[in-house]
Design a protein around this ligand. Structure first.
Ligand code: SAH
Length: 210
């Protein structure tokens, strides 16, 4: 169920879906996604689907984790990356093996506690996490080379754009349920440039932390 063969099948699927970045594919192959879901869902951990992680939230579909990561790596520096929506910790674990330092914020404290344990158990030491409202980013460590949202706002929170370096990128699903698109925003000398990547389906970015 959680064998190397099962993971290899997932990576072949990702390749067929258009993921080309070798480093991303390598990291997806070696990151144990079953560690990030409930034991009862272990047999589905290497399916290319989102899965429930409790509190009405989901671990993102592997394809979209790979796609967003590939875009960040291929558009510029990735020394310091902020993730909004730690959830299971899977996306943070993937990023941590490809970038310098990951900061990740999550509004649900119980999810963050679990994510922290999993990430430590995998000996990934370059991820810092806190329970916080991601609309506000994590100002103390700003500015970031890249910011990735794994929950969808209806509009990009301005405070997040303000925490991007010059040359920095923000990647986020934007829109209401059923009508979301993945946006890539680049902080260029002439302002913020936005391009739309593809249609996506994410849980909403909710106000406040709990
Ligand atoms: N990256 C996660 C995906 C989790 S789903 C993974 O790999 O598993 C999105 C997460 O965003 C949920 O855990 C949800 O609680 C969180 N979230 C929603 N609104 C938020 C907010 N305002 N601030 C921080 N986290 C938020």
């Amino acid at each position: 169920m959680t064998s190397q063969r099962t993971r290899e099948r997932l990576v072949s699927r990702l390749r067929e879906s258009g993921i080309r970045n070798k480093k991303v594919l390598e990291v997806m192959l070696k990151t144990p996604r079953h560690v990030f879901v409930d034991e009862a869902l272990g047999s589905r951990a290497y399916d290319d689907t989102a899965l429930p992680i409790g509190f009405g939230q989901t671990i993102s579909q592997p394809y979209i984790v790979a796609r967003m990561t590939e875009i960040l790596l291929e558009t510029g520096l990735c020394d310091k990356v902020l993730e909004i929506g730690t959830g299971s910790g899977y996306q943070a674990a993937v990023l941590s093996q490809l970038v310098g330092q990951v900061y990740s914020v999550e509004r649900i404290g119980a999810l963050l506690t679990r994510a922290r344990k999993r990430i430590r158990a995998l000996n990934l030491y370059n991820v810092r996490m806190k329970t916080f409202d991601g609309h506000l980013g994590w100002r103390e460590n700003a500015p970031y080379d890249a910011i990735i949202l794994t929950a969808a706002p209806e509009e990009i929170p301005p405070e997040l754009l303000a925490q991007l370096k010059h040359g920095g990128r923000l990647i986020a699903p934007v829109g209401v349920a059923g009508q979301q698109q993945l946006h890539l925003i680049m902080h260029t000398p002439s302002g913020y440039e936005c391009s739309i990547i593809e249609d996506v389906s994410f849980v909403p970015l909710l106000p406040g932390n709990r």
